[in-house]
Each structure stands twice: as C-alpha cells, then as structure tokens.
Design a protein around this ligand. Sequence first.
Ligand code: NAP
Length: 307
Amino acid sequence: MHAITVSDPHAGLAGLTLTTQPHPHAAENDVIVRVHAAGFTPGELDWPGTWSDRSGRDRTPSIPGHELSGVVTELGYGTTGLTIGQRVFGLCDWSRNGALAEYVAVEARNLAPLPADIDHTVAATLPISGLTAWQGIFEHGRLETGQTVLIHGAAGGVGSIATQLAREAGARVIGTGRPADRETVLDLGADTFLDLDADQLEDAGEVDLVFDVIGGDIRDRSTALVRAGGTLVTIASPPSLQPENGRAVFFVVEADRNRLTDLALRLRDGRLRTILGAVRPLAEAPSAFNSPGRTKGKTIIQVAEGN
Ligand SMILES: NC(=O)c1ccc[n+]([C@@H]2O[C@H](COP(=O)([O-])OP(=O)(O)OC[C@H]3O[C@@H](n4cnc5c(N)ncnc54)[C@H](OP(=O)(O)O)[C@@H]3O)[C@@H](O)[C@H]2O)c1
C-alpha cells in the first residue's frame, strides 16, 4: 500500500516521504481501517512513539498521522464492538504506524462510530484536537461554570475547540492569538481577545485556568496569572515553572471512544465546529505539510474518496 513514512528523527518535516509499505496486520482487538481522511500534527515528530515502539526499539520507517476517519475492512482476533463496513473515526496508538496510509491497524477501542452525515474530511479534524481540548480543559484543568480560562492559540486546532467547549460550559473565556485571529476567536465564543503581538499578557488578570498550546516564554509568563488553587495545563512540552499556589500539568492526549461519540454529536448538532483547511491527496502530504507561510484551518489528507 502507499504510505507517508519518516525514517530520520533529525530531518523534521522534510523527512516525510511517499513510499510503499506492507499491508498492516490486525492483532487481537484491532481493526484494519481503509483510511478516507487523516490528520497530522507536526509535534508528533518530536514524540518518542514516532521513532520507537513501547519497548524502546527503533521502529522506523514509521507512518505518522495519528487521527483518522475511514471504514473498517478487517477484524482482528477477538475484536468486538465494531463491524466490517462500519464508518469510524478516532486516534491511532502513538507507538504504532499511523494513518497517512491507505490502511491502518488500530485498537478498536480507540475508534468511535461515525454518524452517516459527517464527512470523513471533517471527522478527521476532530480526534486529536477535540480530545485534547476536552481532556485539557475539564479533566486536567477541572474548569467549572463561572470560572475564567485563558486559552492560548485560541484560533488553532486545539484552541478553537477548547474555546467553544469552555464557553458552552459557562466559563469566561479569554482567547489569545495573532492579530489576524481576533475575529475568529471572538466568533468562536471568547469573551475577550488578547493579541499576543500587541497586548500585554498581564492584562488578562488572574485566571482559574491557563490552557497553553504554545509553550516557551508565553507559557512561562502565564504561570504568574494562575490564581491560588488554579491550574496551568500545557500540551506543548513539560513546563519548567509551577504556579506559586497552583498546579502545572503537561499531558499527551488519550483515546476515549465515549468522548469521541459525544464530540461527534456536538458537531452534528452544530454546537461545535472545527476549522477544516486544505484537503490534499496522500501523494501531496509532504508538500502540504512543508508549505511555507500560514495556512488557515487544519490540513487534512484525503486518502480515499466516497463515503
Ligand atoms: N500534548 C498533546 O497531547 C498534544 C495534542 C495536540 C497537539 N499538541 C501540540 O499542541 C500544539 C498546538 O496544536 P494545534 O493543532 O492546536 O496547532 P495549530 O492549529 O497550529 O494552533 C496553534 C495556534 O497557536 C498560534 N500561535 C502559535 N505561536 C504563537 C505565538 N507566538 N503568538 C500567537 N499565536 C501563536 C498559532 O498561530 P500561527 O498558525 O500563526 O502560528 C495557531 O493559531 C502543537 O505543538 C501540537 O503538536 C499536543
């Protein structure tokens, strides 16, 4: 089958290459999915699972792209809960091959049924961003109605969903981003927009939760904004600073079939939207992810057409 692979941990995005790979094997409780659409987050290339298996052994060439939407074509030994021909979407295990390929083997429990009226390209924008936003805001951040949350990168994949979820939960939302993101962020439901190029971060005042997707200096300076008992959640990298009287949490998103099902229903009901960017074929994935300049929305690779 055709797939995008990476072999050199130092090559960055330039290492994404179209190759031919063996058809995947369905292990116990796995399904094989014919991939219709797949997403990719550049941060994956820094994660250990891209380069080694769970025993720490080199597993290159590896196939990146760990969120997908597609159709089940095979069941592994003992697999229940999903059926051949079923539309599904979800996350692949970080230390196995991903979905920038025609077929992928995934543990069935990492996938959720996809309603018939959600397009595969839209569904593929949801697993990583949706689960990360939910887990960051509510599970690690413990955000409650009436609290204030500062969401960095609020126009991006994860931040745009976090903004909508936090707003719907009755929190006061301060979204940050580039100057051009103002309208998008306010339109997603943020009460206030903070332009990280022009405004002072400190203007946000004290907040119950900082949800950071950017890291570095912006994350470190945000630590001081966390009020006593509050939390800084970051998905960029482990934080070097802790809030004085609060917690700092870094986490990697986990699969969750029930939450995916809930997010898909929100999407279908119009309570949640994702920002779909360019849709490109598999062979163009290397150029799509290497294109210079800013692109709006999540780039999705369409591997197969149809429903
Ligand atoms: N730990 C986890 O489980 C996990 C899960 C998902 C994602 N991630 C990581 O989280 C990060 C965000 O993911 P994403 O999919 O949301 O990315 P994204 O769609 O690119 O969103 C990031 C947003 O932050 C903005 N931004 C970045 N640096 C900025 C700065 N200095 N000033 C103002 N705005 C800035 C970006 O603007 P521009 O586009 O203009 O730069 C973009 O709007 C990535 O590094 C990804 O690898 C981690």
